[in-house]
Design a protein around this ligand. Structure first.
Ligand SMILES: [Fe+2]
Length: 351
């Protein structure tokens, strides 16, 4: 075992001790093999060093992770160009988004597990990729045709592009926004429409959908206050994915909600904020707690999600309890079905 600084940490190294953040949260468990995204996450949490075993395990990134990273890098580059008011070249982004769609239509379970790995610095870009993934999963369940799913994926990845015209001090402000700041932020819908309208080779539906992604089913949204079926179906899908993903992310101004709490929040808004039919489809088709996620239970125990249930059932998954908080690993992990144990619930996500 050796202690090394984060700058020397490499994919394939095996953790010899749990990694604990300054606030006491367990970030990664002993025995985990380091992957590139774990290194980013540890840097985001300002972890200075970790303990690793002497052996190095070869890691092969799975294709889905590479596609996720490609889409992330491309949307980051597009949004940075947009912030500098340079002309947008969307070709590379289009190719990777189409590849993402192809893979999700083939098998969406791996992608579901990739969502939610957001750090605060890259929030907007990672959020855009997650909204795109959730939107495509929903569209697939709605049996939308491939051309329309591709168009939706493109609108979803670009939905917040208008934020490049919002000053960063407002976008990243910790604490509550003033009325004036909120008014400025709301303009990102119109800016998004303006930016994409002037981009060659983009269907006219995309600027419209981007403009409508904060409209609400009951007509209380912005910028226009459109109601129900007057809002484009793609914008109704993106709005659900957007709110779900935003609620489950750590932001500068608040700690994230647990996915089952976010799902309940969304359901409470059915018919007001969201299209009831699309919301039901969304909830029925996402894995709220995907397989292999490591979670903390209210008993202080750490567990791995075993089942890949979908919809409401995945709110209370079957888990394998692997260790007590601050305690040694359990030699014989035991299986716990949270559906059969109503007093046990998930209080935090570890990785
Ligand atoms: Fe937005």
């Amino acid at each position: 075992m050796q202690k090394i600084s984060i700058s020397r940490l490499k994919p394939g190294m095996k953790l010899a001790k749990d990694v604990i953040a300054n606030d006491g949260r367990i970030l990664l468990l002993k025995g985990f093999i380091i992957k590139p995204r774990y290194i980013q996450r540890l840097k985001a949490y300002k972890v200075s060093h970790v303990y690793v075993e002497d052996e190095l395990v070869p890691v092969r990134q799975i294709d889905e992770e590479l596609i996720y990273e490609d889409v992330f890098c491309n949307i980051k580059s597009v949004m940075e160009h947009a912030r500098l008011e340079k002309p947008l070249d969307l070709q590379a982004l289009r190719e990777t988004v189409y590849e993402l769609v192809r893979q999700i239509l083939n098998d969406d379970t791996v992608f579901m597990a990739l969502t939610g790995i957001r750090d605060i610095d890259n929030y907007t870009f990672l959020h855009s990729v997650d909204v795109c993934i959730y939107s495509v999963i929903t569209a697939k369940a709605l049996h939308m045709p491939l051309d329309e799913i591709r168009e939706l994926a493109f609108a979803a990845i670009l939905h917040d592009i208008g934020k490049c015209r919002i000053p960063l001090e407002i976008l990243n402000k910790p604490g509550k926004l003033t009325d004036e700041e909120y008014f400025i932020i709301k303009n990102h819908t119109i800016y998004g429409m303006e930016i994409t309208k002037n981009t060659p080779n983009l269907s006219a539906r995309i600027p419209k959908v981007i403009c409508q992604h904060h409209e609400k089913w009951d007509g209380t949204g912005y910028p226009v206050g459109l109601k129900s079926f007057d809002i484009d179906r793609m914008a109704r899908i993106i709005s659900i994915a957007d709110v779900y993903d935003a609620l489950t992310a750590n932001r500068v101004y608040r700690k994230r909600r647990m996915p089952h709490e976010a799902a309940e929040y969304l359901m409470a808004q059915t018919g007001q904020h969201f299209d009831p039919y699309i919301l039901q489809t969304f909830i029925n088709n996402i894995a709220i707690y995907p397989e292999n996620l490591i979670v903390m239970l209210n008993t202080g125990e750490i567990a791995r999600v075993l089942s890949s249930r979908r919809g409401l059932l995945s709110m209370r998954p079957v888990v394998s309890v692997i260790t007590r908080k601050d305690g040694p690993p359990i030699l014989n992990p035991y299986v716990l079905d949270l559906q059969q144990n109503p007093t046990v619930f998930i209080v935090d996500i570890i990785s």
